[in-house]
Design a protein around this ligand. Structure first.
Ligand SMILES: CC(C)(COP(=O)(O)OP(=O)(O)OC[C@H]1O[C@@H](n2cnc3c(N)ncnc32)[C@H](O)[C@@H]1OP(=O)(O)O)[C@@H](O)C(=O)NCCC(=O)NCCS
Length: 148
């Protein structure tokens, strides 16, 4: 099997194509590359030296937010998204952090993944995300919390 590696990374333009291929309205290059510094915990997933996915988290005190998670389209449906998510959950558990995320209400694939790994919907932000047709859609706020 090809070598699978999950490593720390600083988002750079070389990784931006994963972002572009993953979201209908991707972050700008500037926003993507600004996710760095001591508050960030970012992981890059590579197979045989090809970057195929990432997670980007921001930690503030005892809370951490999964800001972004993505897998290249040709590698989806093979467990790599779950692999990235489990790593974030394991880190949150280890550090006893409350883990948050926001997701488009229409993103059924991601919502299914999050529910499967124990996230619960705790709120909804109406019309939070812009859409391609200039309309907006709701964000679901989801939380995973370390059980006492
Ligand atoms: C969300 C995403 C990271 C999932 O990655 P993935 O590698 O395809 O996911 P996995 O193969 O690990 O699947 C894990 C779970 O996701 C869900 N899932 C994956 N593909 C699915 C599909 N086509 N339909 C429905 N659910 C699906 C299932 O719950 C699946 O669990 P199962 O295999 O036991 O049924 C990936 O689809 C992606 O990059 N999407 C674009 C970016 C995005 O929307 N990010 C999330 C919001 S920031």
């Amino acid at each position: 099997m090809s070598a699978v590696r999950l490593t720390e990374f600083v988002p750079q333009l070389t990784h931006y194509s994963i972002e572009q291929q993953s979201h209908p309205l991707p972050w700008s290059e500037k926003n993507f590359c600004s996710c760095q510094g001591s508050q960030y915990r970012n992981r890059l997933l590579s197979i045989a030296d090809e970057a195929i996915g990432f997670s980007i988290c921001q930690q503030v005190f005892d809370e951490i937010t999964l800001m972004n998670i993505a897998v290249l389209p040709s590698f989806r449906g093979q467990g790599w998204g779950a692999y990235l998510l489990r790593d974030v959950i394991d880190y949150s558990k280890h550090k006893r952090l409350t883990l948050w995320l926001e997701v488009r209400a229409s993103n059924h694939v991601a919502i299914s993944l999050y529910r499967q790994y124990g996230f619960c919907e705790v709120g909804r932000r109406p019309n939070y995300y812009p859409c391609e047709n200039k309309a907006h859609e709701d964000a679901l706020v989801m939380r995973w919390q370390h059980a006492e």
